[in-house]
Design a protein around this ligand. Structure first.
Ligand SMILES: [Zn+2]
Ligand SMILES: [Zn+2]
Ligand SMILES: [Zn+2]
Length: 707
């Protein structure tokens, strides 16, 4: 029948049993057609155009249908696959490509990447692409006819379902469903949505999962809708008997389902999920005539929906809007290869957009200003020139604005012109009720130097030092869990530093993050010194606890004893377990171990010339030197080993902040509660950013010496 010479007739194949389904999902009048009956459409919902091509692979079962579709739409038909595309296109530069993937496609993700690559090689970019496919040839005719039929005006309403807190963002005129709604209501409203449906949730190929207030909502791809708590072949459904959204029962003519594999149409594994169970096919056999999904796993984010909405408000058709999603994912470092795919005629018009406000742009000498007269869920603006997005990608764009903690800003290149797109998303209080009337102005300014994102090295080293100390019996209690806590903070701050989700006041934010990092790195320094001082009252030799871990680098450097000025040896050690832990131990033949320090830019020295001692009093000064190129906070403590309790008037403990390249001294005064009468060690402990060191000298307390 498809071979008949009537190219302007598009078949619609269904059985008598399917009439009810066709009436509901395609058209009630067409459902009444007798076998071989025809109905002429006065006006088509799709526009003809010589720059809008129809693409189908050679010898494919869907080729005759694609030929009819192209003829009806008065569009050029290009018969090619990715390998032959270049030749088949000839000199054509199509504006849009309506693609018929193979009906027995088992690797759509791979085919999509190959096809986009072939177009990019030819045109320099991927075209606006729309795919038309179904489980069977018959069902493909349903989808094709849906592209042609006039649209219902009710399609203009919008429903937005996402896993974010809906109360955190202005909902505008949208119906927004999210974590603060209940399962039953979400199911009812998703089924009832008669306009555009935007969903952001986790998904498997056959089943989406949207977590809301009282549990997860299933978005089921099965024709049975998971009745009786049964999934494929009678296996148990994750959602049990709970109410769920049955994808094929959706009323919405336009559906964007941003989750993993929501555009998967079938795979190679015969033992796996049947094609009919895929959420993509289920949505396309519902009333939906258009669908946006992802062909594979993605780091999907609600912001993808916002970009799509923003694109729709700017007039981008869905086949172009998905490219905005891709550009946003690339700009935020989430994706490199395309995953979002639009099902529908590539020349279909822009989807209705609500909750989007467009900003005014003023370019001046030092940058650009974007002003939104009123706030809404999504704020978008188009700025001439790609360079703004390129600056953002190179960390050389400074974006400033009011109340930065309440607005998220992204800048991406417009895939469809020499422009940049600015997106601003108000959050929290700023986004609610009364404040929506407020305006927002953002200033974009190029930076001469890129923003430094290299954060975390200091804290990373601190984690290593603290973990090392934590392993020593002396510090096991006081530092219990400390390295794990610091590591969690390290992860958090590195996430912030690497995030490309928000450009607003990024440099200022990272400056603050750096301060937080140093504060975290120093968090346990005081506790380390306090513990060292307490333990020093009794016999305490911490070196014994780690000596077996250390491995001497077989070369000792000649050094001078800080205590007596004699020849001393400095031996470098590395740790057997933590390669980053390096220490230098300096020994003097007369004074013993005079320094046991981590290899770092800090130095501590007991000034022997200033030292005075007697059985009931030891005074002197400790010198701390910072050879780092930045300020360092140093916790210091001085103790006499085995010296017992000190009287309260003692000065044994301090914290100093030293500028880079500077030195300072600490005058200490130790007043032992019981007189000292033997050969003892005086120790000065240092802790900075988790690194712990000690300088020492020996004192012989003679019984007759009382000050
Ligand atoms: Zn299920
Ligand atoms: Zn997933
Ligand atoms: Zn010495």
């Amino acid at each position: 029948m498809l071979q008949a010479d009537e190219p302007d007739v598009l078949p619609l194949w269904f059985t008598d049993a399917e009439r009810g389904w066709i009436a509901r999902t395609v058209d009630p009048e067409l459902a009444e057609l007798a076998p071989l009956g025809e109905r002429a459409l006065a006006r088509l919902a799709i526009a003809p155009g010589s720059a809008d091509i129809v693409l189908v692979a050679p010898r494919a079962p869907e080729l005759p249908l694609a030929r009819r579709y192209a003829a009806v739409a008065a569009r050029p038909l290009v018969i090619a696959d990715a390998a032959t595309l270049g030749v088949a296109l000839g000199g054509r530069r199509p504006r849009s490509v309506t693609w018929f993937p193979s009906l027995d496609e088992t690797d759509l993700a791979g085919s999509l990447v190959a096809l986009r690559g072939a177009f990019a090689a030819r045109l320099g970019h991927a075209p606006a692409l729309g795919a038309l496919t179904a489980e069977t040839v018959a069902q493909l005719t349903w989808l094709l006819v849906k592209q042609l039929l006039p649209r219902d005006p009710r399609e203009a309403t919008l429903t937005f379902a996402s896993t974010s807190e809906t109360s955190e963002r202005p909902s505008s005129s949208l119906a927004v469903l999210g974590t603060d709604h209940k399962v039953a209501e979400v199911v009812r409203r998703l089924h009832g949505a008669a306009g555009t449906l935007l969903i952001n949730s986790h998904s498997r190929p056959h089943c989406g999962i949207l977590r809301v207030a009282d549990g997860p909502v299933g978005l089921c791809g099965l024709a049975s809708g998971g009745a009786g708590g049964r999934c494929i072949d009678g296996s148990a459904c994750y959602f049990g008997e709970a109410p769920r959204v049955v994808m094929q029962d959706l009323r919405a003519p336009r559906v964007l389902f941003n989750g993993c594999s929501t555009a998967n149409i079938g795979g190679r594994r015969a033992d796996y999920l049947p094609r009919a169970a895929m959420v993509s096919h289920a949505a396309l056999r519902s009333q939906a005539r258009e669908l946006v999904g992802n062909v594979r796993l993605v780091l999907s984010d609600e912001v993808d929906l916002d970009w799509f909405l923003a694109g729709s408000a700017l007039g981008y058709p869905p086949a172009q809007g998905v490219e905005l999603i891709e550009a946003a994912r690339r700009a935020s470092g989430r994706e490199v290869l395309a995953s979002a795919l639009y099902f529908g005629d590539a020349a279909n018009p822009a989807w209705p957009a609500e909750g989007v406000s467009q900003g005014e742009v003023v370019i001046d000498d030092d940058g650009a200003a974007v002003r939104w007269a009123s706030l809404d869920r999504v704020l978008v603006a188009r700025v001439d020139g790609r360079r703004w997005a390129e600056l953002a990608a190179a960390d050389r764009l400074h974006v400033s604005g009011e109340r930065p903690s309440h607005v998220i800003v992204a800048v991406i290149p417009d895939p469809w012109g020499d422009r940049s797109l600015v997106l601003a998303l108000p959050r929290g209080e700023h986004a609610r009720g009364g404040e929506r009337a407020g305006a927002l102005t953002l200033r974009l300014r190029p930076l001469a130097e890129p923003i430094d994102r290299a954060l975390g090295e200091t804290l990373e080293r601190a984690v290593e030092h603290v973990r090392w100390l934590e392993a020593l019996p002396s510090f096991a209690t006081v530092l219990a869990g400390a390295s794990r806590r610091l590591e969690a903070e390290l992860v958090q701050l590195r996430r912030i530093a690497s995030s490309r989700m928000n450009l607003l006041m990024l440099r200022e934010l990272l400056d603050q993050v750096w301060l937080d990092e140093v504060r975290a790195a120093c968090r346990f320094d005081d506790a380390i010194i306090d513990e060292a001082l307490v333990r020093s009252r009794q016999s305490w030799d911490v070196v014994v606890e780690y000596a077996h871990r250390l491995h001497a680098v077989p070369s000792a450097t000649a050094s001078t004893c800080d205590g007596c000025g004699s020849f001393a040896t400095a031996v470098d050690y590395t740790d057997h377990a933590s390669v980053g832990i390096e220490r230098t131990i300096t020994g003097c033949g007369h004074c013993g171990v005079v320094a046991d320090m981590p290899v770092c830019a800090l130095r501590v020295r007991i000034l022997s010339d200033d030292l005075t001692y007697a059985a009931d009093r030891v005074t002197g000064r400790v010198e701390i030197t910072n050879e780092d190129d930045r300020p360092r906070r140093v916790a210091l403590g001085v103790a006499i080993a085995m010296g017992g309790e000190l009287l309260p008037a003692s000065v044994a403990r301090t914290t100093v902040i030293l500028d880079g390249g500077s030195a300072s001294t600490f005058a200490f005064q130790l007043l032992p509660a019981a007189p000292l009468t033997q050969f003892l060690a005086l120790r000065a402990f240092l802790a900075s950013e988790g690194a712990f060191g000690v300088a020492a000298t020996s004192i012989l307390f003679r019984p007759n010496r009382i000050a």
